[in-house]
Write a protein that binds this ligand. Structure first.
Ligand code: HEC
Length: 252
């Protein structure tokens, strides 16, 4: 009997780290960019950019994006100039050796919210808001994960100790996250009049981040299709060529 109890206790102890590390799979969504024929919806990407700009940009950079890249999601050259000019960008040094701020230009990168990592951490209770430009590629099942993370804030289950300044999130590994809930219904008012439910906002910003991480997705898909078509055509040609060749051989 004692042995059984000991064995049960051992099994419990051994299995608990596994339980603690139990992974919760993100919610599955349907995205316009799924599958080989998948494409981005530019209207959605523009809404997503609006969410990034109005909600996420105060903590997260998208360091690989320049303003002019926004032309890919349907803004005209003039619209991009107007968007860029709303930002102040550091330039210099001038003839006196001083750095100075000037309005942004289309060729500038979208400015970061914090000058350095230390400042970013100090402003976020020690947690570092990571750069988001490659985020959907850096996490497994990226778009579904980012969407789920945005929607995953709930009260902690009974008995779950939450450290001060941290929030409970169902989909974050370990469930304690240094980012407070960001997305709620009507958090933004969309320029295109779309109703801003939390789900809509989370899905739009995720699509925008996926475009940022993989701006050439559509080209890649189109190339894939062309390669398959070419291979098919080649197979057909090879078949007829073989028939002709054998027909000639059989005559002799
Ligand atoms: C108030 C600052 C703040 C805002 C605003 C904010 N975040 Fe965060 N975010 C953080 C911090 C801090 C972390 C790091 C959390 C940690 O490591 O515990 C983080 C982490 C993340 C992560 C990475 C999670 C992981 O798996 O490591 C993603 C994705 C993310 N944020 C997306 C967003 C999006 C999208 C928005 C806008 C809708 C946003 N954040 C707005 C502070 C913020």
């Amino acid at each position: 009997m004692r042995k059984i109890v000991l064995a049960a206790a051992a099994a419990f102890v051994l299995s608990s780290p596994v339980m603690a590390a139990e992974e919760i799979k993100p919610m599955k969504r349907t995205w316009t960019f799924d599958g080989v024929f998948g494409k981005f919806d530019k209207q959605q990407l523009q809404r997503g950019f609006q969410v990034y700009k109005e909600v996420c940009a105060s903590c997260h950079s998208v360091q690989y994006l320049a303003f002019r890249n926004l032309q890919d999601i349907g803004y005209s050259e003039d619209q991009v100039k107007v968007i860029a000019a709303e930002y102040q960008v550091q330039d210099g040094p001038d003839e006196n050796g001083d750095m100075f701020d000037r309005p942004g230009r289309a060729s500038d990168r979208i400015p970061k919210p914090f000058a350095n990592e230390q400042l970013a951490r100090a402003s976020n209770g020690g947690a570092l808001p990571p750069d988001l430009s490659l985020m959907t590629k850096a996490r497994e099942d990226g778009p579904n994960y980012v969407f789920s993370l945005m929607m995953g804030y709930t009260e902690p289950p009974k008995g779950f100790e939450i450290l001060p300044g941290m929030s409970y999130n169902t989909y974050f590994p370990g469930h304690q996250i240094g980012m407070p809930q960001q997305i709620t219904d009507d958090r933004v008012t969309y320029a295109d009049g779309t109703k801003a439910s939390a789900e809509q906002i989370a899905s739009d910003v995720t699509a925008f981040l996926h475009w940022a991480a993989e701006p050439k997705l559509e080209v890649r898909h189109a190339t894939g299709i062309r390669v398959v078509l070419f291979a098919l055509l080649f197979t057909v040609l090879a078949f007829f060529y073989k028939r002709r060749l054998w027909a000639r051989l059989e005559k002799h």
